[in-house]
Structures are given as C-alpha cells and as structure tokens.
Design a protein around this ligand. Structure first.
Ligand code: ISE
Length: 334
C-alpha cells in the first residue's frame, strides 16, 4: 500500500518535494499540504490533486496522513516535530532540526522516550552520488587516514532577510553534517571568521563567512560559505588523506567549446545541483518508513549540528574559537 504523505511548508523546498512525491517517488502519494500562504497552498494542491489543511498541527493529526515532510522555516520545527512524535508519525524534517541545541536535545529525548525512531533530518548531501562515492572512498582506507576537508558552499543569491545567523544555521549546517559524516567524528571546536562583506548584502550581514572545524578525532575542516555569490550554485569538497586527495563538486558534467569559450553549465540553486540527492533521499525514506524504520540522518545528527551552529554563532560574534557543548550520546540514548 502507498505511504500517504502530508507536506508542511510549500515554499521552494516543500513545493519541490511535492512534485517529487507525485512524479518521481514510487510507493508514495501526496494527500495534503499546509502553508501560511493560503493561495500558494491552494495552487499547489489543486495542481497535484491534494487537499489543503490550513492548520499544520491538524495536518499532522489527520487520519489519512501516514508520514510528514516538514519544509516549514526552522523556527516552526520544534512544535511540529513534537506533534509528529505525539501522533507517532514518521517525519522527514528539513534542516535545521530546531533553532538551538537545547530544543534539539529535547526533541532527541522525546523521541528516545517513545522507544521508536520517527525523525529523519534532511541532510540530503548524504544521498548525493558524488558525496556517497567520496564517503566510500574514505571508508575503504585506500587513501589512508583523512586529515582535512576543504569545503566551498556558494549560492547565487539569497533574499535580504537571510541574515548572518541563517548563513550559519541554514547553510553552513550542511558542512557541519558533512564533516561529522565523512570524518566519522563529532566537531569539538569551531571558529567562524568573516571578511569585509560583499557589497551585495544589507548592512550588518556577514557574507561570506569562513569557518574552521576541529574534530574530536584530530582531523580538521574548513568551509567558505558565500550565499550571495551572484554567479550560480557551487558546492565542492576536497578531502586530504595520508596517501591522496579526492575532490567532488567540480561540475564537469558536459564541457562545451563554442563561440570562443569553453566550459559547462552552472546550476541556479540547490534544487538543481542536488536533484538526484533529494530523489534518492525521499525514495529511501519512503521505503524505510514502510519497514517501520528510519535509516537516514537522525534526530541526534540534527541535534549535534544545532550544537555546532550555536557555538559557531558565538564564534562569529567574537572571532574566537568556541568549544562545542555536546551532551554525552551514551547518556542520552543509552
Ligand atoms: C538552503 O536552505 C539550503 O539548504 C541549501 O542547501 C543551501 O545551499 C542554502 O544556502 C540554504 O539557504
């Protein structure tokens, strides 16, 4: 039988997921959507033959909704996640899990108390074919022990409402997860620097940012996040290990030579660059939920990322390294 899905928040990401469920995911059906923008919800629902449920908590409780995708803004997640846990509904929650470490830890603890994993966090890069190939290469040991990651994360543009904090919580959070995942270690200390900002942002916004992560296992990672790069979407990662390096995200799909230029295309945004990753993520999530499982990034991963981002924000305001205050995993999850 098909998994009946409700989506909360149908902005860019939620609408993209809605299309994905309807057109490219097997074993799943879109039944309901919810969005504060009623016209936006109506338009999407009528186009995809779903219904609108104005109140997001009512959507979560609806009897014909088996599982939920949360693509609402981060500040709305905590309440909606607790409702999903209360109703026993599996949920794929777009990052960030919540806005801070304390509330994320409460989510982890509430789920743990249920004794049943229901939450997956939308760290889609773990499903991107290039990232998974890099992960396999590092895990194979062929290159020896990983020492460093160099990351680049650029967006074409983000609205003026995308403040310095969001650059950490909504953008850099991806590299936080990538570093934890690829290097198999928690981040114990973070430093976030910011050069004189681009003139493309309003006063007070620090864009780009440059961060250094110190991993508990002694490895390190650096990341440039630049969300108003103007040109297009670019995400790259180079891993340096004892006997070699490996780079992904060069975007060397099709190179053309024409009209006095050579080169390839540059994606406009994450929906294009990570389209395969999202398709694989959602298909696997649907299949795992059908087996009563969650097999992607967990609430703990969302909490750990929130703890790192909270320390990152403290570092951003002082320029000093900040130690990450992470609960003991054993103590929380047993
Ligand atoms: C957005 O929310 C995402 O998650 C994208 O992956 C990221 O590149 C972008 O900076 C965020 O705004």
């Amino acid at each position: 039988s098909e998994l009946r899905i409700g989506i909360i928040g149908v902005g860019a990401m939620g609408a993209d997921h809605a299309e994905r469920i309807v057109r490219r995911t097997s074993g799943a059906r879109l039944v309901a959507v919810s969005d504060p923008d009623a016209a936006r919800a109506e338009e999407l629902a009528s186009r995809l033959s779903a219904r609108v449920v104005a109140d997001p908590l009512a959507l979560i409780g609806a009897r014909d909704v088996d599982a939920v995708i949360l693509a609402s803004p981060g500040f709305a997640h905590a309440e909606q996640l607790f409702a999903c846990l209360e109703h026993g509904k599996p949920v794929l929650c777009e990052k960030p899990l919540t806005m801070d470490a304390a509330s994320s830890l409460q989510v982890v603890e509430a789920e743990h108390k249920l004794g049943r994993q229901l939450i997956q966090v939308g760290f889609m890069r773990r499903f991107d074919p290039e990232y998974t190939a890099l992960k396999q290469l590092l895990d194979s040991g062929e290159l020896g022990r990983p020492l460093l990651l160099h990351n680049v994360h650029r967006n074409k543009a983000n609205g003026p409402g995308f403040r310095s904090e969001m650059i950490v919580r909504d953008s850099m959070v991806h590299e936080v997860d990538v570093a934890r995942w690829l290097l198999g270690s928690e981040i114990s200390r973070i430093t976030v620097h910011a050069p004189k900002p681009t003139s493309a942002v309003p006063d007070g916004v620090l864009d780009p940012q440059f961060a250094v992560f110190e991993m508990a296992n002694g490895a390190m990672a650096d990341v440039e996040v630049f969300v108003n790069f103007q040109v297009g979407y670019e995400v790259r990662c180079e891993a340096v290990a004892e006997r070699g390096s490996a780079t992904i995200g060069l975007g060397a799909g099709v190179l053309t030579r024409a009209a006095g230029h050579w080169g390839g295309a540059m994606p406009e945004d994450f929906r294009i660059r990570f389209d395969r990753a999202y398709d694989i993520e959602v298909q696997r999530w649907v299949e795992a939920v059908g087996r009563d499982e969650i097999d992607g990034p967990s609430a703990w991963d969302g909490y750990a990322a929130a703890a790192v981002c909270e320390a990152g924000l403290a570092s951003l305001s002082t320029g000093q390294p900040v130690t990450v205050d992470l609960a003991d995993r054993q103590a929380v999850l047993g």
